[in-house]
Design a binder for this molecule. Structure first.
Ligand SMILES: NC(=O)c1ccc[n+]([C@@H]2O[C@H](COP(=O)([O-])OP(=O)(O)OC[C@H]3O[C@@H](n4cnc5c(N)ncnc54)[C@H](O)[C@@H]3O)[C@@H](O)[C@H]2O)c1
Length: 273
């Protein structure tokens, strides 16, 4: 497989390590860095990349990345990179994996990616990332009658730097408080750091307007907890996921990196599950 990554941050670094541990052998590995940051990206990724084979080709432009003719490009960067770079890859006919899913809360970006994939004859795959049960949610959507409520529960310190600060005295909180209730669209707009999971659940299920979101600051929460309940004509279910931080990098939840690794291993192997 010829694999390309857009981005070279926390997820990219942990991801290459996991793929190497899993014994994946690549024919070629291309990385898109920000222009001028090519050497930094090489330094960060060369150790894991050497185990994967195929050589490490780091580029400062998406055109050069596309020239490497990757089979699959995985975006692990930012919302801007989705609009600027992943879109071009899809137009060029390269299948893409989207990790910055919150970018799709912007209707124009969602439509542009859809059109780019159609024009290029490529497929855009949306990775479940930090959340699970997305297979059954997307299946339940087909049965109709869908009602979905997503609850994001985090310790108060995790909500610092968000509009929650204007609603609660986070430092003094002693019991769990719901500080936000609204649509997934508004949630993704007003709380962009929390947007990926809300957007993934909305896209798989009832859409951005109909998906209800609650946000809770909970001093007893052991970490970032994602819960959602689904009612549909085919089944009802509830799921609760408590991610663990990566030991090397507490900002990266391990579940997201393993979810991206699964997507790549499924694309590279003879059987997908
Ligand atoms: N779907 C999910 O559940 C989920 C969970 C966690 C994180 N994420 C998303 O994944 C993305 C990556 O997360 P991370 O923790 O690795 O972030 P990070 O900040 O550690 O790394 C991002 C990297 O992308 C690079 N970058 C930014 N714009 C670029 C561009 N235009 N071209 C090339 N490189 C560019 C940055 O320089 C940085 O190296 C973020 O958007 C984050 O929101 C999604």
């Amino acid at each position: 497989m010829r694999l390309a990554l857009i981005g070279y941050g926390n997820i990219a670094t942990s991801l290459l390590g996991i793929l190497a541990e899993q014994g994946l052998v690549l024919d070629r590995l291309d990385i898109l860095a920000r222009p001028g940051a090519e050497d930094r990206a090489k330094d960060k990724l060369s150790a894991s990349a050497s185990t994967l084979g195929g050589g490490l080709h780091v580029h400062g432009s998406v055109e050069a990345l596309i020239d490497g003719k990757p089979d699959l490009v995985v975006e692990v960067a930012t919302h801007d990179a989705v609009r600027e770079n992943l879109l071009q890859c899809l137009e060029a006919g390269i299948d893409g994996v989207l990790v910055s899913v919150g970018a799709l809360a912007d209707g124009e970006t969602e439509a542009a990616l859809h059109d780019a994939a159609k024009t290029g004859g490529a497929q855009l795959r949306i990775v479940p990332g930090a959340v699970g049960g997305i297979d059954m949610l997307a299946a339940a959507r087909l049965s109709g009658g869908l009602e979905v409520t997503y609850i994001s529960r985090k310790p108060p310190r995790a909500w610092q730097g968000t509009p929650a600060e204007q609603k609660l005295n986070l430092a003094a909180l002693e019991t769990a408080e719901v500080f936000y209730e609204g649509s997934a669209r508004e949630a993704a707009r007003d709380y962009p750091k929390n947007a990926n999971v809300a957007a993934t659940i909305a896209l798989a299920g009832a859409g951005f307007e109909a998906t209800r979101v609650k946000m809770i600051a909970d001093p007893q929460a052991p970490g970032n907890i994602h819960e959602y309940t689904v009612r549909s004509n085919a089944l009802d279910f509830s799921i609760r996921l408590e991610g663990k931080p990566s030991p090397d990098n507490p900002k990266t939840s391990l579940s997201t990196v393993y979810s991206v690794a699964r997507e790549i291993l499924n694309a590279a192997g003879p059987v997908a599950i």
